[in-house]
Design a protein around this ligand. Structure first.
Ligand code: M6R
Length: 357
């Protein structure tokens, strides 16, 4: 039930701190360490390459998951759009492990790939919010999101839950492979839950940002570098599906290769700056678009902020920033859609789970 909330989407955004804490609890062993089923860890250890397959927001979580698994567990990862995989099957490694990410566990495009790779004799793990869902039943292993039912068509808490669970899988696999992490993931996820809460308390601020940047715009661009680019892709999907503003996410450095032609006076550019190593280059991209008249909304992380930034998010570990940098984007999209009188929970032409290919 949505209780006092006007929309499920807002309720589900607000549930993210709780869900993050629940995930820590669910994946914690008695001795306090993080724990994932041994057979899943063994399958990760045995594989020479992980293939993540998903659609929409789950695909965007997969892009972040690739960074987490590669950087922490040091296993190469490819991320594929489920609907493309059938026609465009990549050359597979000798010992592939497939990870299907799906909130509903019912996405037909993903299921088609699962059926195919199972027939080829490969192992598959499903990361889903729904126990007993088709993708969970048909895969060899399942990791649950523990996010509670997600009703709004626009996925929010499932995205952060997917990233949190993938970070735990990456950390446990890293340990099993003998790679020590230079940070305490449980502690970091706790800090993140608190940071999410702080962001959810700033709703007025995000409502104002939506008014300032998205009130009557036709289009909007999201830019970022590295992991921020992936979060920008998710921000643009969120904005377009509920507000119908044409939105696109770009890698900062790619702008000058074409997209910059679309910048006009007043075009909103939402830039993410949470990564120290690319802070100056993304700032350079912002300057380029501002020189062409863009209206820049800069969301940076504490410690990397500069004068004039629109909003500064709390500081967390650089690999885990998507868990909190996405929250402002979710809230800004929500208010942009609300101001435009859109049906936030049930956007036109969309269904919660896409059960046809
Ligand atoms: O249930 P799934 O995670 O497999 O769904 C995948 C996409 O259909 C879903 O993420 C969709 O893109 C959402 N509407 C995004 O908000």
């Amino acid at each position: 039930e949505k209780g006092t909330y006007a929309h499920y989407m807002l309720k589900e955004i607000d549930e993210q701190p709780l869900v993050t804490r629940k995930i820590i609890q669910e994946y914690r062993a008695e001795d306090g360490s993080l724990h994932v089923d041994e057979e899943i860890v063994a399958a990760m250890k045995e594989s020479d390459r992980v293939y993540i397959v998903a659609a929409g927001t789950s695909y965007h979580a997969g892009l972040v998951g690739k960074q987490l698994i590669e950087k922490m567990a040091k296993i190469p990862v490819e991320v594929h759009i489920a609907s493309e995989f059938g026609y465009n099957m990549p050359l597979l490694s000798e010992k592939p492990l497939f990870i299907f990410i799906s909130q509903s566990g019912e996405t037909a495009d993903s299921r088609a790939v699962l059926v195919n790779v199972k027939a080829m004799g490969y192992k598959a793990l499903t990361v889903t919010n729904v126990p007993g869902s088709t993708l969970s039943r048909e895969a060899d292993y399942t990791l649950l999101l523990h996010a509670g039912p997600e009703i709004a068509v626009a996925s929010t808490k499932a995205y952060t839950a997917q990233i949190a669970v993938l970070s735990i899988l990456a950390a446990v696999t890293a340990e099993a492979r003998g790679f020590a992490l230079e940070f305490d993931l449980t502690k970091e996820l706790g800090i993140i839950a608190n940071a999410m809460e702080a962001l959810c308390d700033e709703k007025d601020e995000f409502e104002q940002i939506a008014r300032d940047f998205l009130a009557d715009t036709r289009n909007a661009f999201f830019i970022g570098r590295g992991i921020d680019y992936y979060v920008g892709l998710e921000g643009s999907l969120k904005l377009k599906e509920i507000s119908y503003i044409q939105a696109e996410g770009f890698a900062g450095g790619e702008l000058k290769h074409g997209t910059i032609a679309l910048i006009e006076d007043g075009t909103p550019i939402i830039a993410l700056a949470t990564q120290e190593s690319v802070n100056l280059s993304i700032r350079g991209n912002v300057k380029e678009v501002v020189a062409r008249g863009a209206n820049p909304c800069i969301i940076s992380m504490k410690g990397l902020e500069m004068n004039g930034d629109t909003f500064v998010i709390p500081e967390v570990h650089e690999l885990l920033t998507p868990l909190i940098s996405v929250v402002p984007l979710q809230l800004i999209s929500y208010y942009a859609a609300l101001h435009r009188g859109c049906d936030v929970d049930k956007p036109r032409n969309l269904a919660k789970s896409v059960t046809v290919e």
